[in-house]
Every structure is written in structure tokens, then in C-alpha cells.
Design a protein. Structure first.
Lengths: 353, 320
């Protein structure tokens, strides 16, 4: 079996015409330049590149010299020999498996990664927050709060009233809570992981009763107690980490961390988190002998608001109608007693002034 | 017989690019698969596959170029770069605790100090792994010399408020090209900062007043300037390069690339890369009398991929 080829000896750029042959016993290919001895290459020592039927063969021991053979018969024959000698790397093997198989592998890989991304990663990320110390929550919260205070005007009198109001409530808090009222016409309220709860003056104006205010406070306290913002941060970071792993973009992780931390007060929580906070708010109302329907009324007040302006709290709180109905269902199935609370009423009056 | 009396034989040179988008797409997709499955460890091997394909599909007078780097080399290079990076961060961390200004100063000076070494290492590695007809390319620049020059040019750029940057980039191009070798063939580039300043100013100005339309002709000017100044010399014999690229050629290339990228949501990128390479090869004409059969192996073996790793890690791109 002879194949015509071209040989560059790695010493000069001049090509030599050679005839290439196989020695199966010794597992070698051999060829010779005119007037010189035969050159033997171990098939196990061979590297090759192919471009269609053109094969460029190199010897691992001397990578400069190269043998070039452009012959359809050689191409098939040689490929088989290389296969036997495990001389074909994984990439070439997959590439040669054909378009269909590659597509199938790609599809399954894509499907399993999507599955991982949407169903496996979020719960793991959420659970792993338990490993983070509370000092982390405080650190992040302090950082954002300092930033926030610099950019907003605090209503000191109302802040004092609100703090007073909250202290009269039984909240089952896990850490010291600090309440702040800022002057703003945005209808919004948010809780930071360090126990800072910020309520905008515009939302106070919307609130009609002390029960409603307690409902709002209960809802926000739940975000603190259940570490919702840290969980959301962990989830979005984990998701991003996977994406960046897929696309080899490691620097992106830091920018996502930085961005999410800055945005933590406008972070949109998932539906589960909001529902958990609603339920918690309701429990607070019942435990304090306040009217649980205040939760529903609060939603109605906020809903009204959204008709003529885009309210911040609405845009991040999904499907308020469903949440209202869900609350009503729970209230119907629970025992509660409502007592007038004069202390709260007095403070609330002062807050509304 | 006197050698000088032998009439020089004008040679024909034909630069071609054979790469196909569909083939390149196959390579990229398999690279992607293997990189994901190995959690990124395959990345250096994937890079080698890509380079091997692009080099192998580039041909001069029907002989293909060859990239002989290996995944292992790049892998080791990357590891070294990461270790250096970590060491850098530790020093930075310590300094910033002592004095923040010291830390920031360290980052800027450190980066500036390290850039010439990255450029040098990358060129040295890249050229030593490029071969044609069994003969290796080489880069003979001296690390210390280049570093000294780059520090000086950086200083001049700062004190001229950036004006010197035009000379900086052309000086760098001239220095690196003059130290390229292919066997006995020496390279040179006749570019200079003054010309480059004029081309750039003209390009920016006309691009702005034509609302971007001139940008395609600006690309042409940049491409022309690069290639028309590149020369190869082997003793008495030379090869000169000429660009045949036109503004409308660039217009067609870029607009179609843009359409491919947008309408395939980026999946068509392999086709875009192939089109770019083909455009480059189709638009460079070589003229001269160097006999491509007469070159001998002259460059020493070189084994260090740290520079290449650093280039990739820091996402740097130099010259072309």
C-alpha cells in the first residue's frame, strides 16, 4: 500500500516528494527522501490535522517536520489506524460523531443545565444562607443604609413616633429593629437585613388606621426575620455564577454582587417570599389583637394608589389581587379577637399629623 | 560566478483562507460542550483547537500555516498567571491596609511594569508556535530593551497628555515587527507616529462629519497602513505587501457581519470570524522575489506560555 505525499524535513522549507507505506507489525509508517535512508515514525507517536482529505502528519518527537498526504483512500485508512492507537483526541472524536449526535448531546446538556439553573440551584442558594453569620446581614444592611441616608431626608419626629409605635407591638423580631421615616412622594417601604426598616412618608399618608400600619410593619419585619434580601442576593448570585461559569466570565460575578447590594432595597422578592411576609404580617396582627382585615385594607389602599401613578411598592409586589384573596381565605379560617388599642391609636394620630 | 548577476526571479504569492463557518461552528460547539462538562478546565485545549483551525485554513501558495501550541502549555501558562495574580492581590491587600494610596499606586505601577513582559512573552510564544512548511516563526525582541522603551513611551505619553500615544503604538509595532523572523527572513514595518496621527485625525474627523459613514473608509486606511508598510527581507530578496481592501469592501463585510450576528442572536459568530479572516487574506497581495522553498530553520525552541496566558486572562490584544 503506497501513498504519494509531500515531506518537509523541518530543516528547510523545500518540499520532498515521498511514497508513504505502513509497517503493521511494528506499528509504524515509513517513507524516504530520495537517496536517503528510510524514515520510520511510530504510529503511537503521531499527531495529525486533517482538512478534508488532506492530512498533515507530525511526529511528537520532532514537531517541525511534516508529512502531507492528500488522498481519499489514505484518509479513511489512516483514520482507522489512528483510532486503533488511541491517537484521536476527544474533540475530534465528538466532531466526527456527526451533527445529529452533537445536537443531541448539546440539547441534553442544555436541558440539564436549565433544570439545574431553575430548580436545583435556587433552593440550594437559599438554604446556604443559613451558613452565613448574621454579621454579614448587618454589614450589608449598614452599608446600604449609610448610602441611603446620605441621599434622602429623614423625618425625625415621625421616625421617633414610628419607633415608639413598633415597640408597642409584639413582633417576635430576631434582631434589634430600627424604624426610619423618609420624606418622599414615592409610595414605598423596605427592610434591610440589618433590621433597618424604612417607610416613606407617602405610604404613611395612604395608611388609614393603626391596624394597617401594623400590617405593613409586620410584613416588613418578616423580610428581616426570614433574611429574605440575603436569600434573594444569594439566589441571584448563584444563578449568575453558573451562567458565568458557562461563558467563562469570572469578572462579572463581582459586578453582580456590587450591583445587587446597591439595589437591595428595591430588590424584587420572589412570590414565595412575599407570601411568607404577608402571612407573617397577618400573624402579627392577630397576636396583637388587631384587626386582620387591615392587611386586606392595606392592599386596597395600595391598589388604589396604583391606578393613577406607578407606585414602587406595587411594581415589586406581584399579583396583589391574588394576595388579597389569599389573605381573606386565611382570615376566614382563623380565630381572632380584636381589641381597641388606645396606645397605638394615640401614636398613630401623632404620626398622621 | 558572481551571485549578484543572477537575475532576480519574481515569484507569485497567493494568500488564501479556506475556513468554513459550518466547520468552525462545529469546533466551537464541541469546545463549548467540553469546556462546560469539565467546568472550564478544557478551556486551554479549546483555545488550541480554535487556533489550529484558523492557522490551518490559512494558506500561502497552497501550503497551510500551522499552530503547534498545546493545551498543556496554555494550561500551565494560565496557572502561572493565576498564581502571579493572586500574589499581586495579596501584596495589594497588605498595602491598602497600610495606606490606600500606596495600594492604588501599586496597582497602576504594577500593571504598567508587567505589560511589556506580557507582550514579550505572548509574542515569543505565539511566533514560536507558528510554522509554515516545517519552518518556525520567531520573535527575537529583548525583554529588558522592550520594557525600557515602553516605560519611556508611557512617560512621554503622559507628559504630552496622550498625544505621544500615536508614536507609542507605531514605535511598538515597528519594534515587534523588526524582531519577527521566519527562518532567514527578517520583517520590518515602516510605520511612524506622524503618519498614524494624520490617518487617525482624518478618520475621526471625517467619521464624525459623515455621521459614521466614513468609518468604513477609516477601517480601510488603518488596514492599508498596516500592510503597505510591512516588508520581508531575505538577503537581497524582498517581499512587500499591498492592501487591496476598499471602503465598500469593508462596508459589505461589516454590515453583513452585523446582520448575521443580530439575526442569529450571536450563534452566527463563527461565520463572522471566518468571513473576517477570508477578507483579510483576500485583500493582501504579496509581491517580491523571495523563494519560499529556500528557507532554513533558524529559530531556537521556546517553552513558556505564561505571556500568552496573561494576554488571554487580561483580554489584551496587540498589533494584529
Amino acid at each position: 500500500m503506497l501513498f504519494e505525499g509531500k515531506y518537509f524535513d523541518g530543516l528547510s522549507s523545500a518540499p520532498f516528494q515521498v511514497s508513504v507505506n505502513f509497517d503493521f507489525l511494528k506499528n509504524k509508517i515509513f517513507f524516504k527522501k530520495e537517496n536517503e535512508d528510510f524514515i520510520y515514525w511510530d504510529i503511537s507517536q503521531i499527531q495529525f490535522n486533517n482538512y478534508g482529505n488532506l492530512f498533515e502528519i507530525r511526529n511528537k518527537k520532532n514537531l517541525d517536520s511534516v508529512l502531507k498526504i492528500d488522498d481519499e483512500n489514505f484518509s479513511q485508512f489512516f483514520f482507522q489506524e489512528m483510532k486503533k492507537n488511541r491517537g484521536i483526541d476527544i474533540h475530534t472524536q465528538i466532531t466526527n460523531a456527526g451533527f445529529l449526535k452533537i445536537s443531541i448531546i448539546t440539547f441534553f446538556l442544555f436541558a440539564s443545565f436549565s433544570c439545574l439553573y431553575f430548580y436545583v440551584l435556587p433552593p440550594i442558594a437559599e438554604k446556604s444562607v443559613a451558613l452565613l453569620p448574621q454579621t454579614f446581614d448587618n454589614y450589608i444592611g449598614d452599608m446600604v443604609m449609610n448610602d441611603f441616608i446620605d441621599q434622602n431626608k429623614i423625618d425625625n419626629e415621625k421616625t421617633e413616633d414610628l419607633q415608639n409605635f413598633a415597640e408597642k407591638l409584639y413582633l417576635a423580631e430576631t434582631k434589634k429593629l430600627e424604624f426610619t421615616v423618609v420624606k418622599s412622594n414615592k409610595v414605598n417601604a423596605f427592610a434591610l437585613p440589618n433590621g433597618q426598616i424604612v417607610i416613606y412618608s407617602a405610604i404613611l399618608e395612604k395608611i388609614q388606621s393603626y391596624d394597617q400600619l401594623a400590617a405593613l410593619i409586620g410584613h416588613e419585619v418578616s423580610h428581616v426575620n426570614n433574611r429574605h434580601s440575603i436569600k434573594a442576593l444569594s439566589k441571584s448570585l448563584a444563578g449568575y455564577m453558573m451562567i458565568s461559569l458557562l461563558f467563562n466570565d469570572v469578572n462579572g460575578i463581582m459586578s453582580v454582587l456590587a450591583e445587587n447590594v446597591q439595589q437591595i432595597h428595591s430588590l424584587s422578592y420572589s412570590r414565595e417570599f412575599e407570601q411568607e411576609a404577608d402571612e407573617y404580617g397577618l400573624k402579627i396582627l392577630i397576636n396583637n389583637n388587631l384587626d386582620p382585615y387591615a392587611m386586606v385594607e392595606l392592599f386596597e389602599q395600595l391598589e388604589k394608589e396604583s391606578e393613577f401613578s406607578i407606585s414602587e411598592i406595587m411594581s415589586t409586589h406581584p399579583l396583589i389581587k391574588n394576595r388579597k384573596e389569599y389573605m381573606q381565605k386565611i382570615i376566614q379560617n382563623s380565630d381572632y379577637t380584636v381589641k381597641t388599642n388606645n396606645q397605638l391609636s394615640t401614636i398613630f394620630e401623632s404620626l398622621k399629623e | 560566478m558572481n551571485e549578484k548577476e543572477i537575475p532576480t526571479n519574481k515569484q507569485n504569492y497567493n494568500l488564501e483562507f479556506f475556513g468554513k463557518g459550518s466547520e468552525f461552528f462545529g469546533i466551537i460547539i464541541v469546545n463549548w460542550l467540553l469546556t462546560i462538562i469539565t467546568l472550564g478546565i478544557y478551556y486551554p485545549w479549546a483555545r488550541v483547537k480554535k487556533l489550529k483551525y484558523i492557522y490551518g485554513q490559512t494558506s500561502l501558495n497552497n501550503e497551510r500555516f500551522h499552530f503547534s501550541g498545546t493545551g498543556w502549555e496554555l494550561f500551565v501558562g494560565f496557572i502561572k498567571v493565576i498564581l502571579i495574580y493572586i500574589a499581586f492581590l495579596i501584596v495589594y491587600g497588605l498595602l491598602i491596609m497600610v495606606n490606600p494610596i500606596l495600594g492604588i499606586l501599586f496597582v497602576y505601577l504594577g500593571l504598567l511594569a508587567v505589560i511589556p513582559f506580557i507582550i514579550h512573552g505572548s509574542l515569543k510564544y505565539g511566533m514560536s508556535r507558528t510554522s509554515y512548511r516545517g519552518i518556525r516563526f520567531g520573535y527575537r525582541g529583548k525583554r529588558g530593551e522592550l520594557a525600557g522603551k515602553i516605560y519611556l513611551w508611557t512617560f512621554l505619553t503622559i507628559i504630552t497628555l496622550g498625544l505621544y500615544s500615536f508614536w507609542f503604538s507605531m514605535n511598538l509595532r515597528r519594534y515587534t515587527h523588526e524582531h519577527f523572523r521566519y527562518g532567514e527572513i527578517e520583517f520590518s514595518n515602516d510605520c511612524n507616529g506622524g503618519d498614524w496621527l494624520w490617518i487617525s485625525l482624518k478618520g475621526y474627523f471625517l467619521t464624525v462629519i459623515t455621521f459614521g459613514i466614513y468609518s468604513f473608509w477609516f477601517y480601510r486606511d488603518i488596514f492599508n497602513y498596516y500592510w503597505s508598510n510591512l516588508k520581508m527581507k531575505n538577503g537581497e530578496n524582498v517581499i512587500t505587501c499591498k492592501s487591496t481592501a476598499t471602503g465598500s469592501g469593508f462596508f459589505e463585510l461589516i454590515i453583513i457581519n452585523l446582520l448575521i450576528t443580530v439575526f442569529t442572536f450571536g450563534i452566527g459568530t463563527p461565520w463572522v470570524i471566518m468571513r473576517n479572516n477570508k477578507f483579510i487574506c483576500d485583500n493582501i497581495k504579496l509581491n517580491g522575489d523571495i523563494d519560499l522553498d529556500s528557507i532554513h530553520q533558524t529559530e531556537e525552541q521556546y517553552n513558556n506560555a505564561t505571556g500568552e496566558g496573561a494576554m488571554d486572562y487580561l483580554d489584551l490584544e496587540i498589533g494584529n
